[in-house]
Every structure is written in structure tokens, then in C-alpha cells.
Design a protein around this ligand. Structure first.
Ligand SMILES: C[S@@+](CC[C@H](N)C(=O)[O-])C[C@H]1O[C@@H](n2cnc3c(N)ncnc32)[C@H](O)[C@@H]1O
Length: 252
């Protein structure tokens, strides 16, 4: 399986990345930030900054931004965390988002966000991906930053979650590549995470009537130097820590 991305696409990513960089502060909306600090006061500041980091969604915008603008009317955000994605896309109030997460503290945050009147398109329930049962289907099923958790098994969950995608709808998720374990282990950053064999993931998706649209390396969210280093690493050694998969459910 060819996991490479063409120069043109890498240039597009770079452009998107730097343009997002300039508008980054817009996401750190004072009210949203204040509510994150209130409800997640046990988190270190750097984790709060992580959730308001607009660059976390640059790749999503590059890969499915057009669909988000035009075609997507309903989204299931699995393991939503503190609604960073919902905050990112709240400029599209016509899109209905159902979200769920294991963390009970998010219910209080959700109630306060609702009161701001800026998240009227959002529903939330406290649930684990393992227990999630729902008959509804969606134009987009999103799993952002979930499958690296040791307690979450991609293979055990994917079939039931893919049932939630409408025919013609999209599934978007990211996953850590086992081939780059050596590098992140040598940097002392790997012990807590689960990595996968990417061709096997692609094969698994093909069992569920899905057309794989792209597999794209994620080149970091920590600033231009970090991005450039990751881009060089990818261009020279074809090594990336994390990859985003986008697939479309076939019509029949
Ligand atoms: C790094 S956060 C990502 C949150 C969000 N998807 C985002 O991109 O901002 C990971 C989230 O996964 C949630 N999580 C972990 N295991 C889960 C499970 N088994 N079921 C549901 N949520 C889970 C955690 O509570 C946490 O909110």
C-alpha cells in the first residue's frame, strides 16, 4: 500500500497550516476557555491549550473541509472530549452534532456551553465507545485522537461504529503507525500509546463497504519548526507518528 502523499498535497497542507497559524487566537475564545478552566481545573494548562489549538483541525479542514462546507448536515463525534471540534466548527450552526465521551465531567461543561447560546446544534451524552448504541446514522462519523488509548480496541469497535455512517457518508479517524514506534520510543514518548499496522487497518475498512479516500500523515500541531521537522522526516524517511484515514461508505 502506498502511503505517500504527493508534493502538491504537502504544499497544500503547509499552506493551510500557516494560514491557520495566523488565525489561531480566534479559537481561544475567552468564554470557551473560561469554561474549560472551570470544568477541567485538574488538567494542566498545556492540556487546556491543546484543546484550543486551532492547528489540531488543520488537517481535518484540508481533507474534508469542502464536504463540511457543502454536504455534511449531521456528525457523530465519538469521544468528543471537551468539544474542541464543536468549538472549531461552530461557524456552521446548521450542522447537527451528536457527541459522546466517557468523561462524566464533560456533562457539566456541556450544560454551561449550551447556556452561552453558541452550541445550540450540539447534543452530548456520557458513554463509552464500547457501550454506544444508537440507531441514528450520520453524514460524518469522527474519531479524533481516540485510538491511541490502550483501553480502546480499534478492531473490536469499528464495525459497530461504521454502522452509524449513512450511505455516501464519511468516516474520519487518526491512528498511530507502528512503523514509527522506534523513533518515538527513542524520544521517550511512546509507552502509553497503542500503535497499529496501517495496511491492516485499510484492509479492515474494506470489509465494511467503505471506499478508502485517503491516508495522510499528520505533521504535528506544535508550531512551524515542529511541522517542518516532521515534513522533512516524512519526505526523507517516510516516517510519521500519526495518520488520518478518511473513508466513504458506499451507497449500497
Ligand atoms: C485526547 S482526547 C480527544 C478528544 C476529542 N476527540 C478531540 O479531538 O478534541 C481523548 C478523549 O477520549 C475519551 N475516551 C477515552 N476512552 C474512551 C472510551 N472508551 N469511550 C469514550 N471516550 C473515551 C477521553 O475521555 C477523552 O475525552
Amino acid at each position: 500500500m502506498d502511503l505517500s502523499i504527493k508534493n502538491k498535497r504537502l504544499r497544500k497542507l503547509l499552506w493551510q497550516y500557516s494560514s491557520d497559524d495566523r488565525s489561531f487566537q480566534k479559537l481561544a475564545d475567552d468564554q470557551y476557555l473560561e469554561l474549560l478552566n472551570k470544568h477541567l481545573s485538574d488538567l494542566p494548562d498545556r492540556e487546556i491549550s491543546f484543546f484550543v489549538n486551532r492547528k489540531r483541525f488543520s488537517l481535518l479542514r484540508t481533507l474534508i473541509g469542502d464536504a463540511l462546507e457543502r454536504d455534511i448536515g449531521s456528525i457523530l463525534d465519538a469521544a468528543s472530549g471537551p468539544f474542541a471540534f464543536e468549538n472549531y466548527v461552530r461557524c456552521h450552526p446548521e450542522v447537527v452534532i451528536d457527541s459522546f465521551d466517557l468523561n462524566p465531567k464533560l456533562s457539566g461543561l456541556f450544560k454551561d456551553l449550551e447556556k452561552t447560546g453558541k452550541f445550540n446544534n450540539l447534543s452530548f451524552r456520557c458513554a463509552g465507545v464500547e457501550d454506544f448504541s444508537e440507531a441514528k446514522t450520520y453524514d460524518l462519523v469522527l474519531f479524533n485522537d481516540l485510538f491511541y488509548h490502550k483501553a480502546v480496541d480499534f478492531y473490536g469497535l469499528i464495525s459497530q461504529l461504521i454502522e452509524r455512517v449513512k450511505p455516501g457518508g464519511l468516516v474520519y479517524f487518526d491512528i498511530l503507525d507502528e512503523r514509527s514506534k522506534w523513533l518515538w520510543s527513542s524520544l521517550g514518548k511512546d509507552d502509553r500509546f497503542v500503535r497499529y499496522n496501517l495496511p491492516n487497518i485499510a484492509l479492515e475498512l474494506s470489509k465494511y463497504n467503505l471506499e478508502l479516500l485517503s491516508i495522510t500523515p499528520s505533521l504535528g500541531i506544535s508550531g512551524m519548526v515542529d511541522f517542518t521537522a516532521r515534513a522533512v522526516l516524512y519526505r526523507t524517511l517516510r516516517v510519521a507518528n500519526n495518520y488520518v484515514f478518511v473513508a466513504r461508505k458506499k451507497q449500497n
